[in-house]
Design a binder for this molecule. Structure first.
Ligand code: NAD
Length: 498
């Protein structure tokens, strides 16, 4: 069995304390042990990062950007290797794992333009002989704490901008799939990143708390579930840090009666069941407007769900989704399904009996479809994070939008319609951070920013895009006055301008 490490000062370092099992979700086997860092290991990694940061911060932004440029080349070179390692620990299909790497890589591409974003501002002649300029300076040592569901993309969303701004970065990846983050660290070293500027500390709550309580750490970016996001936000802020935390989701897709029903059904299948529903931008609630729309949708969804190919990532490129990440995740999903039945929702497609032949110990969950879900049910209120789609029937557009607006989460939402006026009204009024119009998973591209509202996001600014460069820098404004006396002393009565 493989024993994983931390990544300190540009090298693999074995842990000294507790460890956790890393599973192959397809087989249910433990394939590696990951070290869980102690407080003193984390403090040591941070102190070393602080020692490495000044030289990196003083490196000119273009040279730092060149490291990112080379990192992009290496990511492309190793794409298949990264995707395979990612699928093996996470369980998602190979094409989806490539997408995970790709959407991180695109943020690194954006970081190549960091010099432009770090230029600051200049006012020439703000007063007589006075210039004023603003500098964007790195914060020093900053940290990122990331979830299991995008083990390549989200670490890159954090480390790319943080490092490009001249910070040293402490990454605490998910302990459930830590291999890819370590591989990313190796590639960054190969790309020319100086040792110590990126430290990867594996661990759990103890490591996270050590980061939150360490005075050297100036900023923390977190992505994960809402209860932990709230906890990290509160503790990090109480300790005087800059903190942004992105949390869970319950994304609604409104289907208007004028929508193309086949398109809407296809979109729901991909967005509801892709990656076994383990995406913060997955659609977990379909809200058709009108009984006829609801019936038409169910009629189209059922045969599509029955055709889904659920299998390990090794079973070919036509696999629709694989296992969920752990046995505990599987248990939680199936328990929520039971509450849905008990609380009166109609289980139209029942995936409870699903077993994967030859992989009986894997964490596979069959697809579920609930109809007639109401807002008081646990399956509606809670994030299930599994292949379970809930349909809530609405009588009107206002009622449908109201469901999305009244839910405590506000990450993403979508509307399917042929009517531009309705779509425009929805985008303008809905209180949710990312909106799709006939697009089920509206994840913004690297040069825009990503972030949810309400209980899906805490703190200021979004992830990636220009916001990330604001989050990982602080502004210093200089007012400079140069008295004219010295210059006059050297003049010989030839005054061209007063
Ligand atoms: P999680 O909250 O369990 O873990 C996230 C990170 O927090 C991990 O690094 C973990 O080690 C750490 N952690 C866990 N428990 C902790 C504790 N008690 N104290 C301190 N740290 C702790 O989330 P997850 O299961 O890895 O990821 C899935 C969740 O992430 C879902 O809720 C999903 O919606 C959310 N997510 C949100 C976004 C977004 O951008 N909004 C993106 C991806 C995932």
């Amino acid at each position: 069995m493989q024993t994983l490490t931390h990544w300190i000062d540009g090298a693999h370092v074995t842990g000294s304390g507790r460890t956790a099992d890393v599973f192959n979700p397809a087989t249910g086997e433990v394939q590696a042990q990951v070290p869980l860092a102690t407080k003193s290991e984390v403090d040591d990694a941070i102190a070393r990062a602080a020692a490495a940061q000044p030289a990196w911060g003083a490196t000119n932004p273009q040279r730092r950007a060149r490291v990112m440029m080379e990192f992009v080349r290496l990511l492309n070179r190793d794409m298949d290797k990264l995707a395979e390692a990612l699928s093996r620990e996470h369980g998602k299909t190979l094409p989806d794992a490539r997408g995970d790497v790709q959407r991180g890589l695109e943020v690194i591409e954006f970081c190549i333009g960091a010099p432009h974003l770090l230029k600051g501002e200049f006012t020439d002649g703000a007063g007589p002989g006075i210039d004023m300029y603003s500098l964007r300076q790195p914060l020093g040592v900053v940290a990122g704490i990331t979830p299991f569901n995008f083990p390549a993309m989200i670490p890159m969303w954090k480390m790319g901008p943080a490092l490009s701004c001249g910070n040293a970065f402490i990454l605490k990846p998910s302990e459930r799939d830590p291999s890819v983050p370590l591989m990313l660290a190796e590639l960054l070293k190969e790309a020319g990143l100086p040792d110590g500027v990126l430290q990867v500390v594996n661990g759990d709550k103890e490591a996270v708390d050590a980061i939150l309580d360490n005075d050297t750490v100036q900023a923390v970016g977190f992505v994960g579930s809402t209860p932990i996001a709230q906890y990290i936000y509160a503790r990090g802020c109480a300790n005087g840090k800059r903190v942004q935390c992105f949390g869970g989701a319950k994304n609604h897709m409104i289907v208007m009666p004028d929508a193309d029903m086949d398109q809407a059904a296809d979109a729901l299948i991909g967005a509801g069941y892709g990656a076994a529903g383990e995406r913060c931008m997955a659609i977990s609630v379909a809200v058709p407007v009108g009984e006829a729309t609801a019936d038409a949708l169910i009629e189209r969804l059922v045969p599509r769900i029955e055709r889904l190919k659920i299998a390990p990532y090794t079973a070919g490129s036509d696999v629709d989704y694989g296992p969920v990440v752990t046995a505990a995740a599987k248990r939680n999903i199936l328990e929520l399904v039971e509450t849905g039945i008990d609380q009166g929702a109609k289980l139209v497609v029942d995936g409870r009996g699903f077993t994967m032949q030859g992989y009986e110990d894997g964490f596979f969950v069959g697809p579920h479809l609930f109809d007639h879900v109401t807002t008081d049910m646990d399956i509606y209120r809670k994030e299930i994070f599994g292949p379970v789609l809930c349909q809530v029937r609405a009588k009107t557009y206002e009622e449908a939008m109201g469901y999305a607006m009244d839910h405590e989460y506000g990450n993403g939402t979508a509307i399917f319609t042929r009517d531009g006026d309705t779509a425009r009204d929805f985008a303008a009024r809905v209180n949710i951070g990312m909106v799709g119009i006939n697009v089920p998973i509206p994840v913004p591209l690297a040069y825009h920013t990503f972030g949810g509202w309400k209980k899906s996001g805490f703190g200021d600014l979004n992830q990636h895009g220009p916001d990330a460069f604001r989050f990982y820098t602080r502004t210093k404004t200089v007012t400079a006055r140069w008295p004219s006396g010295i210059r006059q002393g050297g003049e010989f009565n030839f005054r061209a301008m007063e």
